[in-house]
Design a protein around this ligand. Structure first.
Ligand SMILES: [Zn+2]
Ligand SMILES: [Zn+2]
Length: 802
């Protein structure tokens, strides 16, 4: 007989880990106990050595679905064990490292119960257990007990309480567990406040009625786990159009929810990896390649693919995702969604329930106030949403997962920091302005908040402040330094300064693109003391070291510092932020930067784009540029994409959402590749040098592009030549800089690298030269990942300073 203590670290609290330990220990005839403490789970066992070894092996195999063992160590137990049974001991609350789990999609067992006529959870829309259900979305304070969540309003009935206390039950210590008797309820309302009569439809209950309404072409606002959604039948073109009109969301693709994988497979290709993501506990929206059966896009009729399509599936409305090769699909992730979709034999639109640019509604009254002009019906419930948590968005590129929006299901799971960061002082990083997240650094881990949206919006900014406060409390985080973006006008930077002043702690201003690069280094586990690498950060905009706007940067960087080695030739952003919404402004800025306008008119005056520009108040614009009034120079690659897109009539007048021009252009390239095979031609860019910095100059690209326009070369080919040429010059520049600085590793980051064609071609190009590339997978390449970079840079500088 032997006594051992087994220490387990990782995500092991609040996920049903102790009952699993209990069950297995019993099965192997072991005595002892298990408890939660500040470091995770501690097990003390007494029994035959073989049994203990078998128990440990089994425990690793049967880790609960939401749990994760990072480390397991076994030691002989020093002292006397007085157990004649195995028990779960009370938690030791010695400075508990609080772990708040992300919300998790309904587990298979709960799914089965809600459709089991004989289960007491039959058709109960809030069924959950230790393997699934709400977590972050309902928590107000620590410790994570029912009384500190929005479930406090629902005292457990006798039956629920029995399961909660039964260590052998799947609901042992499941804080949000509830049933028809004791738990929250869902009900249907009309947005016009008229009463609902039963004769309106045959239905099982209010939740089931939603399905009937959707089938009839109605728009329903549905309160979910982390916010409201708007839903309608995705195959009903009239309903989809109605939703677009009412929501004033004219182009941005809608996400779709389908009952099961098979239904998604009739519309999209799904790899094993994508299937795994769709059915994983985070249940994100997964961007999937459309099958080529869509009659709505005439360029995509490839006969061979039709054989893949199973059964007959209703065609989606062509306005689900206009000009996109991908569709964003999500599976039902709460019992409520499963119950609604059970009878729905086609996908539904599943989009955020918000007014344009605002965050999702989370409160019943707020929703009634804001969504009654959009929806026809509300499906409401009375479990409060404490934290707004949007759906996460992911995709798979070359077998690598990329997170585009990190929210429900992922946040606030900690990200382990690389070697060297284990003993860092607590750091708070405030993030950027758009797609904001903030980040708490402590004990070798980073806690990244869920996606909080664009802070320019007042509601989003308020939510940002509240969420930040909550996180600081939940994680008992007292920052010793606050990291902010260098941009003096970012609301997050201003708020960070206020916080720092109020708490008398220092501020660290972090350059935007350095933060992007450091974030990518950190998530790829590059140690603190790594030698400098080459970071390529391409995005829309970031405040530069010299007070101008950057956005096409090649930086020699480590965690502490950077040196700018190359950039794109700066071009005026005509009208400041207007240039981000009206792509033609960038075309004009680029053309006049490359050529003399009068000469250009002489030679290319017949071109449609030139005629278009001539209608604009060019004299006034020229004067503003000359006098530098609201026309800041920017080396932005995002704006270069806009400029080229507008030249070939994509979003020329206006973009209705960020990145639209680049996304539609990317789609054209893919279509071109599909129809014409690999297109090898590319535009050329020049590489110049000024003050020891390389400049990528697109003038020759513009010359070729204008010639192509005159030759009436198709937009698809122009877009392709632009993408391929851009990738080529990036690779060439990186190669030169790597050789010069004796570097073999390149980080690719920034929102522009969400463009899959550019990313893949740059990656392959560099790898063919024997240069390693490092890219994002755990956090977004866009500004959603910025806060992690800010935090690790501030921490690295502190450590160096000490
Ligand atoms: Zn469950
Ligand atoms: Zn109950």
């Amino acid at each position: 007989m032997k006594a051992e203590s087994i220490r387990i670290r990782g995500t092991v609290q609040g996920v049903g880990f102790r009952p699993t330990v209990y069950r297995l220990a019993k099965a192997y005839g072991l005595c002892g106990d298990v408890c939660n403490d500040g470091e995770g789970v501690l097990i003390r066992v007494w029994g035959r050595e073989e049994s203990i070894t078998a128990f440990v092996a089994k425990l690793q195999q049967e880790c609960p679905p939401l749990g994760k063992i990072n480390q397991l160590t076994r030691q002989p137990y020093q002292g006397e064990l007085k157990f004649d049974d195995f028990v779960i001991s009370p938690s030791v609350s010695s400075q508990t490292k609080t772990s708040i789990s992300p919300d998790a999609a309904t587990c298979p067992q709960c799914q089965q119960e809600i459709f089991d006529l004989y289960s007491r959870y039959y058709r109960y829309p809030f069924t959950n257990c230790t393997h699934c259900g709400p977590r972050l979305s309902i928590i107000r304070a620590i410790p994570y007990d029912r009384c500190n969540t929005s479930m406090a309003a629902f005292p457990m009935c006798e039956a629920c309480d029995k399961e909660y206390r039964d260590v052998s039950d799947r609901r042992f210590h499941a804080q949000p567990t509830a049933c028809h008797i004791c738990g929250p309820k869902a009900w249907l309302e009309r947005t016009d406040s008229k009463p609902i009569t039963a004769s309106m439809f045959s239905m099982l209950d209010d939740v089931d009625a939603v399905c009937t309404l959707l089938q009839k072409g109605e728009i329903v606002a549905i309160k979910g786990i982390g916010g409201f959604h708007l839903a309608c039948d995705a195959t009903n073109h009239t309903a989809v159009q109605k939703l677009r009109q009412r929501k004033h969301r004219y182009h941005k693709p809608f996400a779709l929810m389908a009952r099961d994988i098979d239904m998604i497979a009739t519309y999209c290709h799904i790899s094993n990896q994508e299937r795994e993501l769709l059915t994983s506990p985070p249940a994100p929206i997964v961007l999937l390649q459309k099958r080529q059966i869509d009659n709505s896009s005439p360029t995509q009729t490839k006969k061979t693919s039709v054989t893949f399509a199973t059964k007959s599936s209703a065609n989606l409305s062509p306005s689900i995702a206009p000009h996109q090769n991908t569709l964003g699909f999500i599976l039902p992730y709460t019992p409520l969604h499963h119950l609604i979709l059970k009878r729905m034999n086609r996908p539904i639109v599943f989009t955020s329930g918000n007014l344009s640019d605002e965050p999702q509604c989370i409160d019943n009254n707020e929703a009634k106030d804001k969504l009654s002009e959009i929806a026809d019906y509300f499906l409401l419930h009375n479990r409060d949403i404490i934290n707004r948590v949007d759906d996460s968005v992911v995709r798979v590129i070359n077998n690598q997962v990329q997170i585009i929006r990190r929210a429900r299901g992922y946040a606030p799971a900690p990200i382990n920091l690389p070697p060297g960061f284990s003993n860092i002082p607590p750091v708070l990083a405030m993030g950027g302005e758009l797609k904001n997240t903030f980040c708490l650094l402590k004990d070798g881990q980073a806690i990244l908040s869920q996606h909080l949206g664009d802070l320019e919006n007042a509601t989003a900014f308020t939510a940002y402040q509240e969420t930040l406060n909550l996180y600081l409390n939940l994680f008992e985080h007292q920052p010793e330094i606050i990291a902010i973006d260098k941009h003096p006008e970012y609301l997050s930077s201003k708020f960070g300064k206020q916080l720092a002043a109020a708490n008398k702690i220092p501020i660290d201003n972090i350059q935007h693109h350095h933060a992007h690069i450091a974030a990518c280094m950190a998530e790829n586990n590059l140690p603190l003391k790594s030698p400098p690498i080459l970071g390529i950060a391409l995005d829309g905009l970031g405040y530069g070291e010299d007070g101008t706007f950057w956005g096409g940067e090649f930086l020699l960087a480590d965690y502490q510092q950077f040196q700018r080695l190359a950039t794109f030739k700066p071009v005026a952003m005509i009208g400041g932020s207007k240039a981000m919404k009206e792509p033609w402004r960038n075309t004009y800025a680029h053309l006049t930067s490359a050529f003399n306008w009068d000469k250009l008119i002489q030679q290319y005056g017949d071109l449609e784009i030139v005629k278009f520009l001539q209608i604009k108040p060019l004299k006034l614009i020229d004067r503003l540029v000359e006098q530098q009034i609201n026309c800041p120079p920017a080396s932005s690659v995002g704006r270069l994409f806009d400029a080229v897109a507008a030249a070939i009539a994509i979003c020329r007048e206006q973009c209705s959402y960020e990145g639209q021009a680049a996304m539609e252009m990317e789609d054209l390239v893919k279509t071109n590749a599909l129809n014409n095979g690999e297109e090898t031609l590319s535009y050329s860019f020049n590489l110049g040098i000024l003050d020891n910095i390389y400049y990528i100059d697109p003038s020759s690209m513009w010359q070729d592009l204008l010639d192509d326009l005159e030759q009436q070369v198709s937009s698809a080919i122009i877009a392709t030549k632009f993408h391929y040429g851009l990738a080529k010059i990036i690779v060439n520049t990186a190669q030169k800089l790597c050789q010069k600085n004796d570097i073999n590793q390149v980080v690719l980051t920034g929102g522009v690298f969400q463009n899959t064609i550019l990313l893949e071609r740059v990656k392959i190009g560099l790898e063919n030269l024997g240069i390693n590339t490092i890219t994002h997978s755990l956090i977004p390449a866009n500004d959603g990942g910025l806060s992690l970079g800010q935090a690790v840079i501030a921490a690295a500088k502190l450590i160096k300073g000490k």
